[in-house]
Write a protein that binds this ligand. Structure first.
Ligand SMILES: CC(=O)SCCNC(=O)CCNC(=O)[C@H](O)C(C)(C)COP(=O)(O)OP(=O)(O)OC[C@H]1O[C@@H](n2cnc3c(N)ncnc32)[C@H](O)[C@@H]1OP(=O)(O)O
Length: 421
């Protein structure tokens, strides 16, 4: 990462008085109307950790760049969670772009995250080419299916799970009460899922509505097992429409669908496909190996309408990252990790087994050389080291080293990050 001589603007954490100009700059960068309500300003002052909200300011005090990070935990294969630095709200006003402002804000934030002991930084990239230069690699993929409901082969008379479980429509308050607990139980079992701040649930349930972003109530449903325990949740919208032939042709868009058990997950998909008038279901952001489309009697009724990189990871502590996750087999490699920013690189002896792993600095000859961004992409099991070697992004110093890395890193399910944070 190179830091060019900066422009005249100062880059620093913001003060409470600067939340309004910062928010106007944020809207400008995201090409939204700059208008910010008093409610939004007050809420941000109360909720944000302002020491982690950065801006670039002109000499008249106007914000022309924004950047925010917050504390997050990320689940790695095996179910351990590690502290991560979640980065969001990154913008530079069009009049000040390509002068190094993002580079300066990123360098400050990553240095502080490293100092704090965060194992990695995470973000959702607006555009693919932005973040690789800062050591981020795409670590999860999100797939969206569109289901042609009449073709699924699902029983049209289905109205409830067969095993005594129930699905109940609830109001926002009940969803707000039950959602975080269920999400915490699930996300600590699924690699790639991240913690959600309470404000996330407030926003989704209308408690944080602002005049510039009016909230309309979606549908909320809870799945309860036959024992009465909440084991699944669903949040969806329906766009109601009738065709010229006076047939209902409504699209249900799934905003959240979480099942703590496969039975809950399957039942919630069945439920949303069985709503009268709904002819199309859009799945929202799923892992590429989601139970969809194969839970449908005719999987061809679901087609992929969107598939792309989702969460990007920037490792800050290679040893802690590789020691935190689990491994299905045993193996050892000396890896050379290149990191231009000098935050996480080095040569490591990595020795992994199903009962634990060690990763320590080493002076031995490396068997595999790779950039910190590539290791970030490999870490959660999303991509193949052999494939990255074929792409020229990982260098095998010893024949077969990439296959050893693959055998260690492979997971039975792909990582999944459903959140656009
Ligand atoms: C996690 C999130 O919040 S994702 C949201 C990201 N924000 C947006 O997409 C909003 C619209 N875009 C912007 O606000 C800005 O263009 C930003 C924030 C993406 C980039 O800010 P800038 O200050 O212009 O970036 P900066 O000058 O530090 O650029 C550093 C390098 O990245 C490159 N770069 C920056 N943005 C992009 C891009 N969108 N596409 C390709 N390259 C880019 C620059 O060309 C530069 O390369 P160089 O050093 O080889 O010349």
């Amino acid at each position: 990462m190179t830091t060019r001589p900066g422009p005249a603007e100062t880059v620093r954490p913001i003060t409470p008085e600067e939340v309004r100009t910062w928010s106007r700059a944020l809207n400008t960068g995201f090409v939204r109307s700059p208008t910010v309500s008093d409610e939004t300003v007050d809420r941000r002052r109360a909720q944000f950790d302002l020491s982690r909200v950065r801006g670039a300011f002109t000499d008249t005090g106007r914000a022309v760049a924004t950047f925010r990070s917050f504390a997050q935990t990320l689940t790695v294969p095996g179910g351990a969670t590690v502290p991560t630095d979640a980065i969001t709200n990154v913008t530079v006003t069009p009049t000040h772009r390509r002068r190094g402002l993002l580079t300066r804000m990123m360098a400050d934030d990553l240095a502080e995250a490293k100092e704090r002991g965060d194992v990695a930084a995470t973000l959702i990239a607006a555009e693919y080419p932005i973040y690789g230069r800062y050591g981020f690699g795409p670590a999860t993929t999100a797939t969206t299916w569109e289901i042609d409901v009449p073709r699924t082969g699902l029983g049209p008379r289905w109205s409830a799970p067969e095993d005594g479980a129930t699905i109940e429509l609830v109001d926002a308050a009940e969803y707000r009460k039950e959602g975080p607990g269920l999400h915490d139980r699930l996300r600590t079992r699924v690699a790639g899922m991240v913690s959600r701040e309470p404000s996330w649930w407030d926003r989704d349930t209308g408690l944080a509505a602002a005049p510039e972003e009016p909230w309309t109530e979606p549908f909320f449903a809870l799945y309860r097992s036959a024992r009465g325990e909440v084991e699944g949740l669903l949040r969806y919208r329906i766009e109601g429409k009738f065709s010229d032939a006076v047939q209902p042709v409504c699209t249900a868009t799934v905003l959240d669908l979480f099942g703590e058990t496969p039975a809950a997950e399957r039942a919630l998909w069945h439920y949303v496909c069985a709503i009268d008038w709904v002819t199309v279901v859009r799945s929202g952001l799923r892992a590429p190996d989601d139970l969809l489309p194969d839970l449908l009697p005719d999987p061809r009724a679901a087609r992929i309408v969107r598939q792309s990189d989702a969460m990007w990871v920037r490792l800050l502590d290679v040893a802690a990252a590789l020691e935190a996750r689990s491994y299905g087999t045993s193996g050892a490699l000396v890896i050379e990790v290149r990191d231009e920013a000098g935050l996480a690189g080095g040569r490591f002896a990595w020795d992994a087994a199903p009962d634990g792993a060690t990763c320590v600095p080493s002076a031995a000859a490396p068997q595999l050389t790779l950039g910190v961004a590539e290791l970030g992409a490999l870490w959660l099991g999303e991509v193949s080291a052999v494939r990255l070697a074929a792409l020229g992004r990982v260098v095998e110093e010893e024949a077969g080293a990439a296959a050893v890395a693959d055998a260690l890193l492979r997971t039975s399910r792909r990582p999944w990050c459903p959140d656009m944070f």
